[in-house]
Design a binder for this molecule. Structure first.
Ligand code: SF4
Length: 255
């Protein structure tokens, strides 16, 4: 393997290890359901969790799960082949999400948010069915900082994503082991590893929604002037000064 690839692989491994340690993402006896969409992020996450499992001083199990939303042409056979070869236990769940979205989506409403809600609900249900206490999602550093800016620009809220959070169902803990991994690293890594990336074939596949696209563009522009801007935004999420914010609840508590 060329040195640049070894270095990248080590960087990703270290970043995942750091996230696991910082947020206590994995504990003895965990059964972790790993959401595998067939995209670069989920393949990277699955591979990293498998590698980590081999050298971890604690015992935990992985179960890769793919939701087949029913979009015509979605190549679950390619994902199945990869999962079989990787040796990880896996499950592919067929659903009627596509039909539900087509029938119930209000005109003009976001395809992605409806689809993502359905998927998340199915994943939570499967986690309970398969006795998994944790659900690993492949959101990376760029997702965190883009969400932070989206919420500030369009929602008026200061929040990003949680690296570890108990879901509303009260049973499943969602973990995001790629929080410290940059998207550009994942893109290069997925290419080097020749992951069999498949498109979900949904009507908006590969097209970032307009607001997210705007934020991505803005960050790219700002990166010319501030090369470390994404890293700085991520660091800001871990360096919060509640007294210097305007949330009355935080101000009162900090009294
Ligand atoms: S990109 Fe497609 S599959 Fe992914 S959340 Fe959006 S609608 Fe669903």
């Amino acid at each position: 393997m060329p040195r640049s690839e070894i270095n990248r692989s080590n960087r990703i491994k270290r970043a995942v290890g750091r996230a696991v340690a910082d947020f206590n993402l994995i504990e003895e006896g965990d059964r972790i359901m790993v959401a595998v969409s067939g995209g670069k992020d989920s393949y990277t996450m699955l591979q990293q969790l498998q590698l980590l499992r081999k050298r971890a001083p604690i015992g935990y199990e992985l179960l890769a799960v793919t939701i087949d939303s029913g979009y015509p042409g979605f190549r679950t056979d390619i994902i199945r082949e990869y999962l079989q070869e990787s040796g990880v236990p896996f499950h592919i769940e067929p659903t009627e999400h596509y039909q539900i979205i087509e029938a119930k989506r209000r005109p003009g409403s976001s395809y992605c948010s409806f689809c993502a809600r359905l998927k998340r609900g199915t994943l939570y249900g499967l986690a309970q069915r398969f006795g998994c206490n944790k659900l690993a999602l492949g959101h990376h550093r760029d997702d965190f900082v883009e969400t932070l800016l989206l919420n500030q620009f369009y929602v008026g809220s200061l929040k990003a994503m949680a690296p570890r959070m108990l879901a509303d169902n009260g049973h499943t803990t969602v973990i995001r082991p790629l929080v410290y991994v940059a998207e550009e690293e994942i893109i290069a890594f997925a290419r080097e590893q020749k992951f069999p990336v498949v498109c979900c074939r949904c009507p908006v596949c590969g097209v970032a929604d307009m607001k997210r696209k705007r934020i991505k563009g803005l960050l790219k522009e700002l990166e010319q002037e501030i090369p470390f801007i994404k890293q700085s935004l991520l660091s800001a999420l871990g360096n919060v000064h509640p007294r210097h914010l305007l949330d009355p609840l935080l101000v009162k508590r900090d009294g």
